[in-house]
Design a protein around this ligand. Structure first.
Ligand code: F6P
Ligand code: MN
Length: 292
């Protein structure tokens, strides 16, 4: 059987195992790579030596996975041909890398799509993230959106995954975290924040993956909303919005671009941006009402 004929879900599982296997090397490479390089990534952001290092490690390892036909990353203008066909992996090698200077948590995000990029979130066959916190963990699931069981793993120093608990959003949400400068928030979003602030407590760290992990652990809502200066927000659909939506929805929550599930947002480009809101269903429903 050639790689292209391999079951896409099995390819996604192998890709997630590969990301876990590389995670200790990514982590070990951070201390000496806290400096910025010349130039910007395709989204116009500053690039750290650690971003490039993680991207290179992941490209090499994931391109080698049988059945992965394409590797795309936030750090590269165009996707890399890894044999074509089969499953495409879209990776944010070091999410929240501006946290490296202040030594706060960061992550690696991976989305596995059954098809070419850019792809719809409905084509996901698996997604996950590694969180480089006090402990290295992975949260991941495989299968079609809605079929996936989301689980947390401990990632050992050898890059093995030790299964921990199934991830289910707590019914009683307690935290919120919203990106962007407050004066840049549109009035309707700001009015929603006023409501949420009455009920939840602020927990925001500036790395999407760490902030989403707080929502998965304690219940609540994370958003990087549309801004007055950036109507599509900051986060990218292929690398960030879709995988996070897949995981939060799989854990019993909801995602939205303000109007519909992120998984239903039409894909128009690899680096396309999208407003991201994820969390407990009731909080996302109220958000959609506030923005309508
Ligand atoms: O990947 C983009 C990112 O680093 C996210 O992890 C995070 O949510 C966001 O940018 C924070 O951006 P800013 O500090 O510009 O609000
Ligand atoms: Mn990111």
């Amino acid at each position: 059987m050639s790689g292209q004929d391999r079951d896409p879900v099995a390819v996604a599982e192998a890709a997630l195992e590969t990301v876990a296997a590389v995670a200790p090397d990514v982590r070990d490479g951070l201390p000496g790579r806290r400096r910025y390089l010349e130039g910007e990534n395709p989204s116009g952001e500053e690039v750290l030596a650690a971003d490039v290092y993680a991207d290179d490690l992941l490209e090499e390892a994931l391109s080698d996975v049988d059945g992965v036909g394409t590797y795309a990353s936030e750090e590269r203008e165009s996707a890399v041909d890894a044999g074509g066909g089969g499953v495409s992996v879209a990776v944010d090698p070091l999410d929240g890398s501006s946290n490296l200077k202040s030594n706060n948590p960061m992550g690696t995000v991976v989305a596995a799509y059954d098809g070419d990029l850019p792809a719809s979130g409905r084509d996901l066959v698996g997604a996950g993230f590694v969180l480089y916190g006090p402990v290295t963990t992975m949260v991941a699931g495989v299968g079609a959106p809605g079929d996936a069981t989301i689980r947390e793993y401990l990632v050992t120093d050898d890059g093995e995954r030790e299964p921990l608990d199934r991830v289910d959003l707590p019914d009683d949400p307690t935290v919120y975290g919203f990106g962007g400068r407050v004066p840049d928030w549109p009035d309707d979003f700001a009015a929603y924040v006023d409501e949420v602030e009455e009920e939840l407590k602020l927990r925001y760290g500036g790395a999407m993956i760490a902030d989403v992990s707080q929502v998965l652990s304690y219940g609540g809502v994370f958003a990087y909303p549309a801004l007055e200066s950036a109507p599509d927000g900051k986060l990218r659909l292929q690398f960030e919005g879709n995988p996070v939506a897949y995981l939060v929805e799989g854990a019993g929550g909801r995602s939205s671009d303000g109007d519909r599930s992120l998984l239903d947002v039409p894909a128009t480009g690899i680096h396309q941006r999208v407003p991201v809101h994820v969390g407990n269903a009731e909080l996302i429903e109220r958000l959609e009402s506030a923005l309508s």
